[in-house]
Design a protein around this ligand. Structure first.
Ligand SMILES: Cc1ncc(COP(=O)(O)O)c(C=O)c1O
Length: 393
């Protein structure tokens, strides 16, 4: 079998920076700000794009390239660029591909900082936006205007786990010659490949499941070559580069992404099922539960449900804080996608400043708990949650 015929998870293990003279088995860390040349001619040719040599780590670096190549292989993307965080990936995808006078159509159920970029910063630079209800993709076409440049969506969304049919959005985007940009952070390319469904650009917070152990920040934008060229030019000049160390950590992490996502998904489904009839809970949301409103779409475009489970405590806001205080093993922290299970209560933390109505708009209810299901024994995770539920009344 030729190298380019390997399956994505094999590529995530086998893609490697060329060996140095030491013939190492594991890619070393290339901690260097810049790269050297043997002659003025080699330097000239490199600056003229006539060689593949590196110039400066803000532009490219062997560790960062290895990570990007692996994400491209996993997503089925032509090209990519890695950034310092997920937010710089989302921001770069907007700034590189839209101009003043353009219009963005975005689902309103999106990560809080992405919402801030769209509502506070894009208008400041003359880019208008329209929000649509992620549960009503049929409303998107009516929002498209002659200056619409991009449709942006997160599926499943953070934190509400709302899901949108990517093939519907891809058809609209292609009909109107608009870029479809998908934040694939919650599913990861192991569970969902938006480019195969017609997305032109995929963004990620690599900080979450890609790292998988809560160690480093990172982001990546992958997709069509001509679009990534613009992202590359924007990032090369403005400087949100991923550090070689973070890329080295993340590249190693990708080697185990497929087995980790299978285990996270298996434990999350078991937890969601076990909580469905709990007397302290009014609903449980998980893509692979039949009760999920977009379960049929989840089954069509995702191979498993991922590691996030949400549920609503009957006791509302106050039960939410009591639940967090009663947990013995699950961690209270502002992250997700870790090997250690994490609990969060958006209404009293990340989304505390919003009104109930504003929270409802982004899919957050007063007693909603978000669990990031880790790699501990699934029964230990369930038992901690059950005892905390007892005390949350
Ligand atoms: C869906 C999604 N996109 C983007 C981000 C931002 O990523 P980062 O924290 O790496 O900047 C997050 C962070 O939670 C997220 O959940």
């Amino acid at each position: 079998m030729e190298k380019d015929q390997y399956r994505p998870e094999t590529n995530a293990v086998r893609i490697q920076t060329e060996k140095t003279w030491q013939m190492e088995h594991s890619t070393p860390l290339f901690l260097t700000s810049s790269f050297t040349y043997d002659s003025a001619e080699e330097m000239r040719a490199t600056f003229a794009d006539e060689t593949d040599n590196n110039i400066y780590t803000r532009f490219s670096n062997p560790n960062v390239d290895e990570f990007v190549q692996k994400v491209c292989a996993l997503e089925g993307a032509e090209a990519g660029f890695a950034t310092a965080s997920g937010m710089s990936a989302v921001f770069a995808s907007f700034m590189a591909l839209m101009n003043a006078g353009d219009h963005l159509v975005s689902a309103s159920s999106i990560f809080g900082s992405t919402h801030t970029i769209i509502t506070k910063f894009l208008p400041k630079w003359g880019i208008e936006y329209s929000y649509f209800d992620i549960n009503k993709p049929e409303t998107v076409e009516a929002l498209i205007k002659p200056n619409t440049k991009m449709i942006f969506v997160e599926t499943p969304s953070n934190p509400g786990l709302e899901i949108v049919d990517l093939s519907v959005l891809a058809a609209i985007a292609n009909k109107h010659n608009v870029i479809l940009n998908v934040d694939n952070c919650f599913a990861t390319p192991v569970l969902q490949r938006p480019i195969e469904t017609g997305a032109h650009i995929v963004t990620h917070s690599a900080t979450k499941w890609m790292d998988g152990q809560g160690r480093v920040l990172g982001g990546v934008v992958v997709g069509r070559k001509d679009l990534i060229k613009e992202v590359h030019t924007f990032c090369r000049s403005t400087g949100p580069a991923m550090s070689p160390f973070n890329a080295w950590v993340l590249s190693k992490s990708l080697e185990t992404l497929h087995i980790r996502m299978a285990r996270h998904s298996e434990s999350a489904l078991a937890l969601a099922k076990a909580l469905e009839n709990n007397p302290h809970i009014s609903w449980v949301k998980y893509p692979m539960l039949e009760s999920h409103p977009q379960h049929a779409i989840a089954k069509k475009q995702m191979s498993a449900g991922g590691g996030i489970v949400c549920f609503e405590l009957k006791g509302g806001l106050q039960s939410g804080t009591r639940f967090l205080d009663a947990l013995k093993m699950l961690t209270l922290t502002a992250n997700l996608g870790d090997s250690r299970s994490i609990a969060s209560h958006p209404a009293s933390t990340t989304h505390a400043k919003l009104t109930d109505a504003e929270r409802a708009q982004v899919g957050i209810t007063p007693g909603m708990i978000r669990i990031s299901v880790g790699l501990e024994n699934a029964q230990d995770i369930l038992e901690d949650i059950l005892q905390a539920l007892e005390q949350s009344k």
